[in-house]
Design a protein around this ligand. Sequence first.
Ligand SMILES: [Zn+2]
Ligand SMILES: [Zn+2]
Length: 381
Amino acid sequence: MRVWIETNAKMAKQDYYQALGVEKSASPEEIKRAYRRMAIKHHPDKNPGNKEAEAKFKECAEAYEVLSDLDKRKQYDQYGHEGLRGIGMHDFSRMNVEDISSMFGFEDFFASVFGGGGRRGGPVRGYDLETGVELTLDEVAHGTEKTIEFTRQDRCPECKGTGAAPGTQPTRCPLCGGSGQVAKGGGFFQMVSTCPQCHGTGQIVKNPCPTCRGNGRVPKKRTVTIKIPPGVHEGQGIRVAGEGEPGHDSGPNGDLYVYVRIKPHEFLERDGNDLIAVVPISFTQAALGAGIEVPSLDGTRQLKIPPGTQYGSLFRIRGQGLPDVRTGRAGDELVQVTIETPTNLNTKQGELLREFAQTENKNVSPKSSSFFERLKRHLGN
Ligand SMILES: [Zn+2]
Ligand SMILES: [Zn+2]
């Protein structure tokens, strides 16, 4: 199986209700109207060359895909974007405008607004799908293999994708003669648009297949096992060729994009390929120096803290970060120490510290001594 890493990180997901400008309580009909309104507003035919509008247009389609489907909407309402993982959503960012315009049964609608359009006859590549995978930092460090389960619309096994009941065949559409397109108007100016009877397929199904109700496709759970290389980042996509939806008319399958999410680690935070650990030490350890235990990817490791360590000091452990996804070169682990001031001293400890305080002078605490000297000067004493 061929797998590769996408360079572009996927940005944070939008709120679907906001994208369509509807309330959370909106009815299916309101959602449909809102989608049509927003899709026209941002349609690239209306905003030529405007990348932002095109991105908005695709966001609206994604929002509509979820909110127009009762199951997906319920999952989204209850669990947010998390709830949609593994459902096998279309990857709209990679789809072209014509394909999106003809989805959800809106081909005629967009054709009537913008003219032309609709699906051409002949082989068409299947749509790309996207899903997510969650990795631990340890899996990121070493690379891993993951089995991903997702649902996709597969060719109906009963009718072999034709949509016609077994024993019957789709027939050529009488309105367009099988071309999928009809011409409107006469004379010099002719408008070509998608055939309203066959929706551009050029074929009519008289007896629909009972399994797929004439769609030619049925949702099917699939599992794929993918190898995830070490060093991937949050939001990176792994493309699995040919695991998207099947194409039309023997067109090739689309691809599946698996987007990476990384579970937060209890002690380590990622900064590029470096890892950062914040470790509290006692003030005596800071003053006297100590060997301390610090969290690392493989458990813990020893770190020597020199005498006189200050609050916030950073120690670099070379090569103990994450590998670079391209070069494999390891980043570093950075340990930042914080110093805890003792509380609840017992009598003995209090005495010892008071005794120590009396011996304190410039040499022991040069910074605070000079600070208080400067402050005294400032106040004119
Ligand atoms: Zn079927
Ligand atoms: Zn037709």
